[in-house]
Design a protein around this ligand. Structure first.
Ligand code: UT7
Length: 333
């Protein structure tokens, strides 16, 4: 019997402030038609005044625990590029607020690939015997770093959180995580950034450039990197898992742009209707995007027990990664 990390629960949370494309068009030089045709996004949700990433993460984490029928976890991992504060990590706060104080707790920053990196980390903790149950949450409050003067990023990103509870189990169980393929390319570090606030460009001393504490992305340059890297890692992980592309029932990719999701499906030869899409309703929620899509699809009965699911993400760093699992039958919460 081979010890494995088994997905046992999912949850998600979207903050209350719904922002439509028309709302954005009232504040900046853009239009509903540009945003819909270039990205597929119709609306997104932003945190209310005073709401931080941990507030979103706690809600999603509580749902994931409930869906797994668990009240405890030995580890809480939060994947985020928008932590409550640069120091300390957000995960210890989330753990304590969920009644899991004392559990190991740390953050992962692999930007939009953070959730997939987190799955590999959780899998490692479980298979090594370091943890029996890991609560992994992807959570972002992008609205805290969006530049109101940059229409190319402000219209894409949304806030939200999604989480999964992984427990120790057997490799042949439904829900067991398969192999994971991860990668990075620091040559592309400047393509997706928040320049100031770290040790390279400090907030203390000389003031940063006027927009350097905001998120910035060279979207056009990133677009084809995203399609190519996700396609390569999908092929690599399927090969490692001994599965074929025509066996993929559901392609769950990071929700970066509907055109990227469609290009990826076409590139892989996976019918587009097998790709989960919720970017129209939530925008690009970074590290939260895959678990939000999983939680919504599970709640809607779109994901069914026994389906072969391929997860893939791409993000700043540059980073990318993919993994596979067979969807388990989860309790509805
Ligand atoms: O999640 C992490 C990974 N991120 C991604 O994978 C994102 C990848 N990139 C993208 O999704 C797309 O590149 C964007 C959605 C960011 C941009 O779409 P695009 O089709 O690549 O547009 P573009 O940047 O090439 O801009 C086309 C035109 C430009 O005008 P000109 O120079 O052709 O006159 C932009 O100024 O669209 C203009 N534009 C806008 N117009 C109206 C850019 N943003 C907007 C806007 N509203 N919000």
């Amino acid at each position: 019997m081979t010890r494995a990390a088994v997905l046992a629960g999912v949850g998600s949370y979207l903050p209350p402030r719904r922002v439509t494309n028309d709302d954005l068009a009232a504040a900046m030089d853009t239009s509903d038609s540009w945003i819909r045709t270039r990205t597929g996004i119709r609306q997104r949700f932003f945190a209310s005044e005073g709401m931080a990433t941990s507030d979103l993460a706690v809600e999603a984490g509580a749902q994931a625990l409930k869906s797994a029928g668990e009240t405890t976890a030995d580890a809480v991992v939060v994947a985020t590029m928008t932590p409550d504060r640069p120091c300390p990590g957000t995960a210890p706060t989330v753990a304590t607020r969920l009644g899991l104080g004392g559990a190991m707790a740390f953050d992962i920053n692999a930007v939009c690939t953070g959730f997939v990196y987190g799955l590999a980390t959780a899998q490692g903790l479980i298979t090594a015997g370091t943890a029996e149950r890991v609560l992994l949450i992807g959570a972002e409050t992008h609205s805290s770093v969006l530049n109101p003067d940059d229409r190319s990023t402000s219209v894409i990103f949304g806030d939200g959180a999604g989480g999964v509870l992984l427990r120790a189990g057997e490799a042949d169980e439904l829900g067991a995580l398969g192999p994971t393929v991860l990668g990075s390319d620091g040559e592309g570090a400047d393509l997706i950034t928040v320049r100031a606030g770290g040790s390279r460009q400090r907030l203390s001393g000389s003031p940063p450039g006027p927009a350097d504490h905001y998120f910035a992305m060279q979207g056009r340059a990133v677009f084809w990197h995203a399609v190519t890297r996700m396609a390569e890692s999908c092929r690599a992980v399927l090969e490692r898992a001994g599965r074929r592309l025509d066996e993929v029932d559901r392609l769950v990719s990071h929700q970066a742009n509907l055109r990227i999701i469609n290009h990826l499906a076409d590139e892989l030869g996976v019918p587009r209707d097998r790709a989960l899409v919720n970017i129209d309703r939530v925008g690009n929620t970074g590290a939260a995007s895959i678990p939000i899509a999983l939680a919504e699809a599970d709640a809607e009965g779109v994901l069914r027990a026994g389906e072969h699911v391929l997860l893939t993400a791409f993000g700043g760093g540059l980073t990318w990664g993919s993994t596979v699992l067979t969807w388990p039958g989860l309790q509805r919460t």
